[in-house]
Structures are given as structure tokens and as C-alpha cells.
Write a protein that binds this ligand. Structure first.
Ligand SMILES: C[S@@+](CC[C@H](N)C(=O)[O-])C[C@H]1O[C@@H](n2cnc3c(N)ncnc32)[C@H](O)[C@@H]1O
Length: 442
């Protein structure tokens, strides 16, 4: 309570994925310490959940290890977790249980904290109960199961995401980092670069040096110049959501079909995708509102060996998934030509028009590198205005992408067309490493 009064609790906003400053294997003596660092805010309940657009999603569970709850480790990487509910009645698909199901449907990662007995089993050494952060899991399935008392329990199967460090929770461990370390929040990496502006933290990780990304201001939306007036598009009247592709005017704008499937994956690349907008009567959960909600995957900015910073996901990405927008300052091409740093310019068209500059103001999109064999593509999207000259540039996965594989798109530069101040052709080598690499970015 003293620390709370001194406002020393950290990561107080709900987040999905890893929590800044906490590493797999970190140990905690009491449940309240989990809340203090933002790993699991609930001090009593085993399932922690957070609201996104009115819907609850689980973001962490504490596996008490108690038989009473029927939680048992089927294998070190699989946790069978019994849902919440009173012991004297059947468990229902509500509150934490519903949140776990929603995280399963949305493929959101869930942090698992295991309660473990540490210490030697011989009688001479004292044992200690500890809570250990075990890493990220996904909910694979759930089913009802009759417990010994005859009541129905909801069993959830949680599978540990691959390529995470081992947490050695079974053994007597060497001293690990403790809460004191967390006071040092100025560590070079392991922080959310969005500073809490995105719904999921965008962690910075550097496994090869202590460098961190150069300063810029994190924004989540395009910055329009003061002279640019945004006009709102007309909306649809589909109060319950847009599923009628013949009657919904937004579906009609998309050629008579919804551009996204029920999982929120883009169906096919188009010249323009029209999402529902501020004047539409459909709810935020409408199938035709995807990229406007911002990134949902636990993305990481990591230091690459030869192309500076890059971006990857902590979890596997299904084909067609939305990754992020390319956000920055909207400039006219002639202004963009005068900018000193040309590394973060995204040209919105081939002719004289507009460019997005993410050098000073940008989001995670500014860190995604070019590849000659990309796994993302840039899709033009309109939803909050209907000016086709300045569509939102939204990046989507072109294929299923394994966890921790670098994300990339084709910068589509025209060779021999980039000129320096004296009119000489500028060239830049490409280090994408693909077998199809043409050797040059431009
Ligand atoms: C939009 S930024 C991408 C993020 C950048 N790597 C960083 O560290 O901030 C574009 C710049 O990254 C570098 N880059 C991106 N892809 C590259 C590639 N395939 N080969 C060489 N350099 C690349 C170039 O310097 C390029 O101008």
C-alpha cells in the first residue's frame, strides 16, 4: 500500500504479451508483487482480463498448482487450466472463462505465472513457495469436464509459445533477478516503444548490443498538416454489423464483398479497401473494421545484424493478418524532397502528390525493413475520409509467418530514379539476404 501511495506500481494499464521489465523465470514471493509490476493485476482471481472495444480478453493466468482447481501440467509446455467458478456449482462460460475463450478466438497470447515450491526435497532444507513468470501461452481449446464433486469444470488447454527461453521452474534455481532490479526501468531495451499508446506493448529487444533506437515521437495515427481538411465518408446503416454484402453500401464499395473474413484476415489484395467509418451505424466489432483498430499482435522491434532495427512478432501470424499502419507526417512531395533524412519516406503514389514521413513522428511501421522476398504487403485503406490521394497504408501478412521471423515488405523503389542534390543517381545496397535479392534497394 505504501508503494501504491508513492505511485511506484508500474505497468498499471492492462497489456497483452510480455510486460516491460519482467523476464521469463523472474520470481515473486507474493501475489501482490505480480500486481505491483503489472504481470497479473487481479490479486485473488486466477484469470486476469482486459476490455478491448467492450469485449473481455484474458491476458494472464496464475496457475495455483492446487489440485482443488484441477490445473495440471500435461507436459512442460502444455497447461491444463480449470476455469473460474464456485466449487458447489457448474462453471459457466462467463467472466474470466469467457475472456479465455475470447483470447483463444482472437489468438491473443496469455501470460502464465506458475506457483511453484522451490527448495530441496530432503528434510534439512526449507522450501519456499514462489510465483514464477513462465512466459506466453496460447489457448488451444477448451471443453467441459465433470470434476470429482460431480460439478462441471471448464478445462482450457494452454500451449507455451515456441522459441521462448526455458524458465526452469522445476528445479532449485540460482538467484534470479528480483523486484529491486525492476526499479531500474532505464534498461537500454525491454521497454514498450509506444509508451502505452498501442493496445499491445511494442517491445524493443537487442540481443547483439546495448544500443536502443534513436529518438522519435511515437504516434498511432497519421499526422495531417493543418491545412488539410478531412471530409467524412457516408456511412452504412447495418446496426448489427455488416454481413449482408448486397445491401451494405460499404460492402458494395468493396466490389460487393467484405474484404475481411471472420478471423479479420484480408481476403485478397485490392487497389483500395473501404472499411466502415465514423458515420457507419455498425459496432466497433464489425467484420469490416480491422486495420482501424491498430496492431493486435505482440510485435517486437529487434536489432538485426545488417539492416539496423527490424520488426518481428512474438507469435505465429496467420496469412492475411493485419500488422500495422505506416504512420507518420503527411507531406506534399515537394516538402518531402526537402527533408534531410529520406530513410522513412513512403510515397503514396507514383505522380506528384503526397508522401508519409515517419522519421520524426511514426509508429512500429517505421522499423519494418525491405526484402526482395517479402512476407507483408502494403494495402491502401480508406475509412475515416474518402480522399483517394491519401489512403492509409496498412501492412498485411501475405502468408503464414512463423514466430520471431523478421517482417518485411517490398519498398518498391525504382532503380536509378533516386537522385542526390546534384542530380546524380543515388544507390543503396540491399542486405535482405533473400536468394532472389536484386542487390540494390535503389
Ligand atoms: C523505414 S527504415 C527501416 C528501419 C531501419 N532499419 C531502422 O533501423 O530504423 C528504412 C531504412 O532501413 C534500412 N533498410 C531497410 N531494409 C533494408 C535492406 N533490405 N537492406 C539494407 N538496408 C535496409 C535502410 O537504411 C533504409 O533506408
Amino acid at each position: 500500500m505504501l508503494l501504491k501511495k508513492q505511485q511506484k506500481w508500474v505497468n498499471t494499464k492492462p497489456c497483452f504479451g510480455h510486460v516491460p521489465g519482467v523476464e521469463i523465470g523472474d520470481q515473486f514471493r507474493f501475489r501482490v508483487e505480480l500486481a505491483l509490476v503489472g504481470l497479473h493485476h487481479e490479486q485473488m482471481a486466477g484469470i486476469n482480463h482486459a476490455t478491448i472495444e467492450g469485449k473481455e480478453y484474458a491476458n494472464s493466468v496464475v496457475d495455483s498448482g492446487l489440485r482443488r482447481y484441477g490445473n495440471r501440467a500435461a507436459s512442460p509446455d502444455i497447461l491444463l487450466y480449470s476455469g473460474q467458478g464456485q466449487t458447489f456449482e457448474d462453471q459457466k462460460l462467463q467472466r474470466g472463462n469467457l475472456a479465455l475463450k475470447n483470447s483463444m478466438d482472437a489468438k491473443y497470447p496469455v501470460r502464465v505465472i506458475r506457483k511453484t515450491i522451490l527448495g530441496s526435497v530432503d528434510a534439512t532444507t526449507t522450501t519456499k513457495k514462489m510465483y514464477i513468470y513462465d512466459g506466453l501461452y496460447k489457448v488451444r481449446k477448451f471443453w467441459p469436464e465433470r470434476s470429482k464433486s460431480g460439478k462441471l469444470s471448464l478445462m482450457f488447454e494452454l500451449v507455451r509459445l515456441s522459441r521462448q527461453p526455458d524458465c526452469n521452474h522445476q528445479s532449485i534455481t540460482k538467484p534470479r533477478r528480483s523486484l529491486k532490479y525492476l526499479e531500474d526501468n532505464n534498461a537500454e531495451t525491454g521497454y514498450d516503444v509506444s509508451g502505452g499508446k498501442e493496445k499491445v506493448p511494442i517491445m524493443v529487444v537487442n540481443e547483439i548490443s546495448i544500443e536502443k533506437p534513436a529518438n522519435f515521437t511515437y504516434i498511432t495515427k497519421i499526422m495531417y498538416p493543418h491545412w488539410y481538411q478531412v471530409s467524412l465518408p457516408e456511412g452504412c446503416d447495418c446496426v448489427g454489423g455488416c454481413s449482408d454484402s448486397i445491401r451494405c453500401p460499404c460492402a458494395v464499395k468493396n466490389g460487393g464483398e467484405l474484404p475481411f473474413n471472420e478471423e479479420g484476415s484480408v481476403v485478397r489484395a485490392k487497389k483500395m479497401v473501404y472499411e466502415c467509418g465514423p458515420n457507419c451505424k455498425c459496432p466497433p466489432s464489425c467484420q469490416n473494421r480491422v486495420s482501424q483498430h491498430g496492431p493486435r499482435l505482440p510485435l517486437e522491434i529487434f536489432r538485426t545484424k545488417s539492416t539496423g532495427w527490424g520488426v518481428r512478432s512474438q507469435v505465429e501470424i496467420p496469412s492475411g493478418s493485419f500488422i500495422c499502419e505506416y504512420a507518420g507526417e503527411l507531406l506534399q512531395d515537394k516538402e518531402a524532397d526537402l527533408r534531410d533524412n529520406d530513410e522513412y519516406l513512403f510515397d503514396l503514389d507514383d505522380g506528384e502528390g503526397f508522401t508519409i514521413d515517419a522519421a520524426k513522428y511514426g509508429n512500429v511501421g517505421r522499423f519494418i525493413n525491405h526484402s526482395c522476398s517479402p512476407n507483408l504487403y502494403a494495402q491502401n485503406v480508406l475509412y475515416d475520409h474518402d480522399d483517394k490521394r491519401v489512403p492509409h497504408v496498412m501492412l498485411f501478412a501475405t502468408k503464414k509467418i512463423p514466430a520471431l521471423k523478421e517482417l518485411s515488405y517490398d519498398y518498391n523503389y525504382k532503380l536509378n530514379r533516386v537522385l542526390d542534390a546534384n542530380g546524380n543517381i543515388k544507390m543503396k545496397k540491399c542486405f535482405c539476404g533473400s536468394r532472389k535479392c536484386i542487390g540494390r534497394l535503389y
